[in-house]
Design a protein around this ligand. Structure first.
Ligand code: ATP
Ligand code: MG
Length: 357
């Protein structure tokens, strides 16, 4: 898919911007703090309706603004009129001080964002890996997001009951319906995460192989206390076993909220043993590996939002990354320093403005 044009109003450090990007690789150059990452955020939000950077809507409108809006044209495939769509999104301040996010969903529109904070996926806490796989699973199977929200609701209710310290028969009776729901919704989440991991694995091995001079083998696996089980009954049984400990600790101790991904280079844990450079390559390879499965699931290629992705890489790897990007559709790549890339459209980002370089 492609963004034909975008209009940005009162969004982060942009007052108004009208910009027509190129259909393939767009290089966004400019010094620090000029609005490069903000522009990627706007492009991503135009496409998906959500920020890849924050879930707090209040951060997004330009400071002091009462509303913020995005408009643009999204297109897929060749120039048939039916495949172009103008979308509008607005953030509006409500009377209670909250913000409302309005805009239509475009079922085939996807964006994949990468930034160096993604190193967290490799060396951060398990929550970073769960967020990664849930984000990817949502790009493959949009229903995953609603399942995730539902799971969090059920989990919160169940934890509150456990904190109430209901022992014995009465406690068991009160927990019962929540156990059932947690097991059902939890297994649905786990099933999609497993499918997502399987979809990622082949491409990850290929991309990492292409980027890495050492050609180490990288592998990602889903890790859960439930082993290979796929029936809600297995999660129910695990909850029953954990019952005593759960009551003591006042929280749910088994389920997808405790799961993790194992990411290994040549069969050793990338988090513990990978060099900093290897960890970087795996983080970038994970995002690039999303492209093909997401393209197949959505029926059109996602846009890529790559924040400073070439910094921190040595020249040989940069060349390989650019070669990978050559097969992608529309790409937005930010860089603080001037970069010469064949075939790229170059734009300068300066103080909330964008101009052809
Ligand atoms: N809601 C907002 N309203 C106004 N300005 C904002 C808002 N949020 C962030 N900014 C400002 O936008 C400026 C540009 O931020 P951005 O992260 O896009 O910079 P950048 O060009 O990516 O820089 P770097 O090269 O350092 O990554 C920052 O100075 C920041 O303070
Ligand atoms: Mg930035």
């Amino acid at each position: 898919m492609q963004i034909g044009w975008i209009q940005v109003v009162e969004f982060r450090n942009y007052r108004t911007l009208n910009w027509t990007p190129a259909p393939r690789l767009n290089l966004l150059q400019g010094p620090n703090a000029q609005g490069k990452t903000n522009l990627l955020e706007a492009l991503g939000m135009l496409v998906t309706g959500r920020s890849f950077r924050t879930s707090r809507l209040a951060e997004i409108p330009r400071w002091g603004a009462e509303s913020s809006s995005l408009a643009g044209e999204l297109g897929r495939g060749e120039a048939e009129p039916a495949a172009r769509r103008t979308v509008r999104r607005t953030l509006t301040k409500l009377e209670d001080g909250g913000w409302q996010n309005a805009g239509e969903a475009v079922e085939w529109a996807r964006a994949i964002a990468f930034g160096w904070q993604d190193l967290e996926i490799i060396n951060g806490a398990p929550g970073a890996r769960r967020n990664f796989i849930d984000g990817f699973a949502t790009r493959l199977y949009p229903a995953h997001l609603a399942t995730l929200v539902r799971y969090r609701q059920v989990l919160a209710r169940r934890n509150r009951l456990l904190q109430g310290g209901w022992q014995g028969e009465a406690g068991a009776a009160r927990l019962e319906p929540w156990n059932e729901q947690l097991a059902e919704v939890g297994m649905e989440l786990i099933a999609r995460r497993r499918k997502a991991v399987a979809a990622l694995q082949t491409e990850l091995a290929r991309v990492y192989g292409a980027l890495s001079a050492t050609r180490g083998k990288v592998e990602v696996r889903y890790r859960t206390a439930l082993g290979e089980a796929s029936e809600p009954a297995a999660l129910l049984a695990a909850l029953a076993r954990a019952r005593g400990a759960e009551l003591r600790r006042g929280q749910t101790l088994v389920g997808p909220h405790r799961d993790d991904l194992a990411i290994e280079i040549d069969a050793t844990d990338a988090r513990a043993f990978g060099s900093r450079g290897q960890q970087r390559l795996v983080a970038l390879a994970l995002r690039l590996a999303e492209i093909l499965p997401v393209t197949e699931a959505a029926g059109t290629a996602p846009i890529l939002l790559l924040d400073d992705a070439l910094s921190e890489l040595d020249p040989g790897v940069r060349a390989e990354v650019l070669r990978e990007l050559g097969t992608a559709e529309q790409v937005f790549l930010t860089t603080p320093e001037p970069l010469a890339v064949e075939g790229a459209a170059v734009f300068r980002v300066n103080g909330g403005g964008v101009a052809a370089a």
